[in-house]
Design a binder for this molecule. Sequence first.
Ligand code: DON
Length: 570
Amino acid sequence: MNRIVSTRGIALLTSVQLLLFSCSRPAEEPNHKSGLITENAMVVSARGEASRIGVEILKKGGNAFDAMMATEMALAVTFPFAGNLGGGGFAVYRMADGEIGSLDYREKAPMAASRDMYLDENGEVIPGLSTQGALASGVPGTIAGIFTAQAKFGKLSPAEILQPVIDLARNGFVVSQQQESRLRGILEVVREVNGEDTFYGKERSAGDTIKNLALAQTLERIAQNGRDEFYKGETAKILVDHLQSLGGIITLEDLESYQAVWREPVVFDYKELRIISMAPPSSGGITIGQILKMVEPFDLKKMGHNSSEYIQVLTEAMRRAYADRNFYLGDPDFVAIPVPELLDDEYLKSRMENYDPNLATKSEDLAEGKVQFAESMETTHYSIMDAEGNALAVTTTLNGAYGSKVYLDELGFFMNNEMDDFSSKAGVPNMFGLIGADANSIAPGKRMLSSMTPTLVERDGELWMILGTPGGSTIITAVAQTILNAYEFDMTMQEAVEAPRFHHQWLPDQILFEEKSLDSSVYRSLSSKNYRIHEGRTPIIGSVDAIMRLPDGKLEGGADPRRENEAAGY
Ligand code: DON
């Protein structure tokens, strides 16, 4: 039997049971809290069913890439908030022999998209157009992503992998407490966009079973006909007809020409760690690299976890890194990005030269750094480790909760609103408050800049950690803090995931803290240095799903209790 621990369940376990789970360093030490520990393999995701289906595929002889296909589709069934067929994502892998790589299956702007498509005749952004309804969607990449990854590295047949997911869609999943409130929250908008009779326009309560027969049928066709069913087959035709009837601009040609792209991951060292993360069109790898390298010279351990000094130095690194992110980064197929220059040690040292431990830098006084380069420039994460030692970090999204809210009743899934990740107009913030520049303007066939940061960490040459999170612009800083928690402060995987987090993104010029996470003396100290503090704009920052390989070779899961994440394994 799989050993499953829901994070909410952990709180209810007796100390004796907890001791049974705690059998490795530092989890074996008293007063350390550990997540699920297994011997061989593990999947940590936003839903128990998705983690368990991934593990079932691993037990059947599949590897991490087979489990990716199963887990991703099981999330589309049970976690339509972010799990998807109508969205896109990124996967970073490290094979057991150390080979690394990454796959970009990010959405693309349709060919009929244009730079000013969300502006009115006065050049002002039309509210809602890039976030809600059929015009908000990019061309989906998810099916291309899971098929491309599985075809290259997987061992089982897609039909075999998808069968348990089809059964799940047919037999149904139970609505959780968090799902009840999320579904209620979007009910009116979903009805407004899709009409009263739409599948997710019905009221649902916790404990109800949702059977998504339309999605089961779509998945059956995909299992039979492969990737092309989604991009060229009946599914493609239904999708395009439906979106066009709602004023959308995605065409059959857009779908037919969509390809997932293998990209070189961003790789950098932090002390004795080697970090492998996602390259553009995600800003994740470069930005987390800049942050960690800017704080590397400081003695963080001595400062203490979440001390005022620690928060300050990390905030200043975040501020500088996001100023560069927003200026330089975009789709590498469209803009030249000075990657080595942005990650250069000397450059990053010079970026921190005006750091003043006594006073906050003002974002208005800080622009992007000048680097010389040749002019030529609501999401979900899951982590998988298979029994062969292959590691996979995958983050996938519809962007906002339930994406554009456009629901394809005939196909059983929501469409993304990823177009909002472009900069609709230079200087105007998107829904995450991110301000973009030319590098991330809209163009036909271009991928919008992402913050998704699926990441792998090696320690002493061995795979040590697999992690990532949802959270829009806060993804990068949440992943950075989780790595620092485990490395600098010796936390277990579960502790590193649970520890309170903060965030700064250059503009708006404020440090975000999670609700009730800020000690009053730390607050006073930061305020006295002119830091603007915002507590509780978002009650939580990220929802990290991670796996750590322990010194004895066992695996520890870190499933974030901020959401209903679960680890499963054997
Ligand atoms: O790619 C991005 O950066 C965003 N579309 C991610 C959205 C997200 O994380 C929403 N979840 N809170």
